[in-house]
Design a binder for this molecule. Sequence first.
Ligand code: AMP
Length: 255
Amino acid sequence: MEIIHNIQNLKKWRQQIPSDSTIGFTPTMGCLHEGHLSLLQKSRDENSVSILSIFVNPTQFNDPNDYQNYPKTEQHDIQLAEDARVDAIFMPSTNELYPQYYNYKITTTDPLAQCMEGTYRPGHFDGVLTVVMKLLMLVKPHRAYFGEKDYQQLKLIQNLVRSFFIDTEIVPCQIVREPSGLACSSRNNRLNSENRKKAEKFAEILTTHTCIEQIKAALTTENIHIDYIEKQLGRIFSAIKIDDIRLIDNREFTE
Ligand code: AMP
């Protein structure tokens, strides 16, 4: 497995891939867990070459504390990637990926970016779309793998690719959950045992109720701070906070 830190070497790596190969790409912010591994597995199964990126993208964090506290487990990630038979990991520095700082960016007025995460995290989706655009331009994958855990993000990335005629198929991947039902997330690493119980309760409430008001009432009873609970696109979307740890989840529902 090759570990690539700079763009020059990434370009060299990309050039030596035979033209009859297909490249599967999984962009992440590291601190890999079962959710990420399911994306890597799908990429491995569907392509001849599989590449992972690990980059904690500063421009998508509206809260500097959240950025500073974002968990980093580099050596562990490298081992997991090796086990998942990844061919290359791209781990650039911020300067490498932002040579013109943030002076050039993707900005969206898509109504889907103006609600839910877009409301609670101003600028978040511009940061996500900008970094995804940069990564797709560099890696030029045939397929890129994104989780439904970030469903709003997934839809916006599909719209981005459609808008700029990018020759990459965006492959949606189902949410992977812990046995308790809690969606796997790098931020779960920051939960102490008391907060983990609350987070598991959040997942349980989300699966056992379909009425927004009932979900809100049950979360309030558990003293869980709600950012939003919304029905959109045939799914129930939720964002909550436990101390300073913000968790999101969503699931399909039928009336
Ligand atoms: P992140 O490292 O949080 O930016 O996530 C990288 C990718 O993994 C994104 O496409 C996420 O949607 C996806 N992902 C994160 N958690 C899960 C999960 N529990 N199940 C499936 N995909 C996930």
